[in-house]
Design a binder for this molecule. Structure first.
Ligand SMILES: Nc1ncnc2c1ncn2[C@@H]1O[C@H](COP(=O)(O)OP(=O)(O)O)[C@@H](O)[C@H]1O
Ligand SMILES: [Mg+2]
Length: 248
């Protein structure tokens, strides 16, 4: 089942969030329902609250008002469960060159939330990590130290980390920013497959030429408010975002 009539995997009801010490709420009264198999692009200007929205969905920010449910689990009651279940490719990262982990280590860490407290990594966990490396075409880098790779290679390792997790919901914050054009197309097609397997994909992106050719839900944030929520047939996402109404 896909579309807005299906039961939502992500359900935001009039959410207001803020950062500790911030004078004003950053997200103001956002309601949004995202169903299984939906591909959602979040657009809007810098500072509009796109990253904050993704952080709120993961339960990383306190809710001032409203409610968030992800795969039937409510934040903040089941925050750890949500963190284990949600894939989140963050926007800003930079591994120090001396970071003592290989690419394979980083991708294996994606499984940690799936391994029980008193259990050890199983063959299934290792297989999931190896499959994610292959999907991102970075298996040849598995023994390299993560901090010695290029920004784009690190980006792919972070995506692989989140795919190894086999998430129920996948959030990505500007995942194409470090990637070359060919790799963008490969990752885009991968995300399309994940989405078609039923996992909703929510992506903040300005790289509209790298979006998959399928129905895309376009959500536009401005000044912490959701000003547009519509569906696009591939190709016109940039125009839709440009013509979004201006928040008051
Ligand atoms: N850690 C933080 N503490 C306080 N304010 C923050 C923090 N991170 C972001 N903000 C503020 O929240 C607003 C939205 O930021 P963000 O969600 O990162 O925007 P976007 O991702 O759309 O560019 C901005 O005004 C920003 O200054
Ligand atoms: Mg951002």
């Amino acid at each position: 089942m896909t579309g807005t009539d299906s039961p939502p995997c992500i359900d935001l009801k009039d959410i207001w969030t803020t950062y500790e010490g911030a004078a004003y709420p950053v997200i103001k009264g956002v309601s949004l329902r995202i169903a299984a198999g939906e591909f959602v692009v979040v657009g809007g200007p810098n500072g509009a609250g796109k990253t904050t929205l993704l952080e709120a969905i993961c339960g990383l920010l306190p809710l001032v008002k409203g409610s968030i449910t992800v795969c039937g689990r409510e934040i903040p009651k089941e925050k750890i469960g949500i963190l284990c279940d949600v894939g989140y490719v963050i926007q800003n990262f930079d591994f120090h060159p001396f970071t003592p982990y290989t690419v394979l280590d980083v991708v294996r860490m994606g499984r940690y939330g799936r391994i029980g407290w008193f259990s050890r990594e199983s063959q299934e966990d290792l297989d999931a990590a190896m499959e994610a490396l292959r999907l991102l075409r970075i298996d040849h880098l598995r023994d390299e130290l993560i901090g010695t790779l290029s920004g784009g290679q690190q980006q792919k390792a972070l995506i692989a980390h989140n795919l190894a997790k086999k998430p129920s919901v996948l959030l990505l914050d500007e995942p194409f920013s470090n990637l070359d054009v060919m790799t963008r197309d490969e990752v885009s097609s991968l995300l399309c497959d994940i989405c078609e397997s039923g996992v909703p994909v929510v992506m903040v992106s300005h790289a509209f030429d790298s979006l998959p050719r399928r129905d895309i839900r376009v959500v536009v944030m401005q000044k912490g408010k959701l000003v547009l929520n519509t569906t696009s047939q591939a190709g016109d996402v940039a125009d839709i975002i440009r013509s979004a109404p201006v928040a008051g």
